[in-house]
Design a protein around this ligand. Structure first.
Ligand code: GLN
Length: 445
């Protein structure tokens, strides 16, 4: 598949032909990465996660409850794509309401990992990552609340960027946890991620949390020497092969002339508890709007109460219901102080800890997940699944930017990805470090 950079040099006719070919190949693919093949307009086709509004499209967050809902407007990111000669092309599969780490909770069935179809592609943006890595999308948009761009990119062997919170407008993104959600690119390489990021970023009056910082184009500085922090106590939780790859990656940085320093951080178990309190609390609130009155599916009923009850009981899947229950529990009177308020305080501590490291380092190198992509069906225990998010969620709690990129494959041929994390609004350091690593490790899909 040609890269985004190459696609931008193609003529209108060439692009039209390419889209026909892409649709044909996506339709016959066994990955189940696409939910639909909608197309809006002309230009370079970008695959869109099924939780980003595209005017006139069905947008369902891969949930039964949103069947029949048609988006009445474009998300700001879609308006931006259209303004530079790109177009929304196809809806990608995802975990229901972006809650999950495997894309197994989708109403449309599971997506498969292009490196081994018995394995999951990760989640929740599993369709976007599988399509890009599997050669049936040039580039895609995903959303990342606790790792949903970076982790599927790592499992599938492509590049995924979660921008700084507030960098990209969330207007038109179906909210999961509003203080954590960010839209970002999933691409074949670092340069393409940077190209898309430059298009997506910028202040938007329609999103009050979007930052009033408008800077120019990102430019990779190949000569820049960076200080990279390794978090020594983090790595012990990862599989032996990932630990080995981590050491090799640090060495590659040093060989390329960068400086590596060693640090420790608080145990990741606090990250997991804090995230799953904050995220479920916000999710319970955000998902209260799906009641059969305003959006999508409506269960036949004889009273308003029955309407709410039946629509929500039938429309939401198991994982979404679990989180709504958990979220309402941590927000309920008597438990609010013990759980929610405490989690907000720990969130501050996590942010401070990161910032202390960024006093000395430009970037932190971290695993994206403790293992490579698990087998389909092997993640049955929800707590096990939550634990597998240990390396990604703290970055959302702290609002930081992070990019995951593949470095090598494990002994089963499954990709290993690492993430580079930077200070808020310092995406440029990430692009410089990631492209240096991409050159040094020579990862080939
Ligand atoms: N796996 C995490 C969760 O289920 C992250 C999901 C996401 O980033 N949308 O909450």
């Amino acid at each position: 598949m040609i890269t985004l950079k190459e696609a931008l040099t193609k003529s209108k006719e060439e692009l039209a032909e390419m889209r026909i070919d892409l649709k044909k190949r996506a339709k016959s693919s066994e990955l189940n990465a696409y939910i639909s093949y909608d197309a809006s307009g002309e230009g370079v086709p970008i695959l869109i996660k099924d939780n980003i509004q595209v005017e006139g499209w069905s947008v369902t967050c891969a949930s039964k409850i949103l069947q029949g809902y048609i988006a009445p407007y474009d998300a700001t990111v879609i308006t931006k794509l259209k303004s530079v000669g790109m177009m929304a092309f196809g809806r990608s599969n995802m975990d229901e309401f972006a809650m999950g780490s495997t894309t197994e909770s989708s109403f449309y069935g599971i997506t498969k990992n292009p490196h081994n179809i018995e394995h999951v592609p990760g989640g929740s943006s599993g369709g976007s990552a599988a399509a890009v890595a599997g050669g049936i999308a040039i580039a895609a948009l995903g959303s990342d609340t606790g790792g949903s761009i970076r982790q599927p990119a790592a499992y599938c062997g492509c590049v995924g960027l979660k921008p700084t919170y507030g960098r990209v407008s969330r207007y038109g993104l179906s909210a999961y946890a509003s203080s954590l959600d960010q839209i970002g690119p999933i691409t074949q390489n670092v340069e393409d991620a940077m190209i898309l990021y430059d298009i997506l970023k910028g202040h938007d009056a329609k999103d009050s949390t979007s930052a009033e910082i408008n800077e120019g184009k990102s430019i990779i500085d190949e000569t820049r020497k960076l200080t990279i922090a390794a978090i020594d106590n983090y790595i012990s939780e990862a599989s032996p092969e990932i630990q080995e790859a981590y050491a090799e990656t640090l060495k590659a940085f040093e060989d390329a002339g960068h400086t590596v320093i060693h640090k420790n951080m608080t145990n990741t178990k606090y990250d997991i508890s804090t995230y799953y309190i904050v995220a479920t609390a916000e999710a319970a609130t955000n998902l209260a709007r799906y009641d059969g009155v305003r959006y999508g599916n409506r269960a036949p009923s004889s009273s308003v109460e029955e309407l709410f009850y039946k629509t929500r009981s039938e429309g939401f899947g198991e994982e979404v219901k679990r989180r709504i229950l958990l979220g309402n529990f941590v927000l309920s009177s008597g438990y609010y102080d013990a759980y929610y308020l405490k989690a907000q305080k720990v969130r501050h501590l996590i942010r401070n800890e990161f910032n202390k490291i960024f006093d000395e380092a430009d970037l932190i190198l971290s695993p994206v997940a403790p293992n490579t992509a698990p087998k389909i069906g092997s993640m049955q225990d929800p707590l096990e699944m939550y634990k597998s998010d240990m390396y990604t969620i703290a970055i959302n709690l702290a609002g930081l930017p992070a990019l995951s990129l593949p470095v090598k494959k494990d002994s089963n041929g499954l990709p290993i990805g690492f993430q580079l994390i930077a200070k808020a609004f310092n995406e440029q350091a990430i692009f410089d470090g990631a492209s240096s690593l991409e050159r040094a490790m020579g990862y080939i899909k």
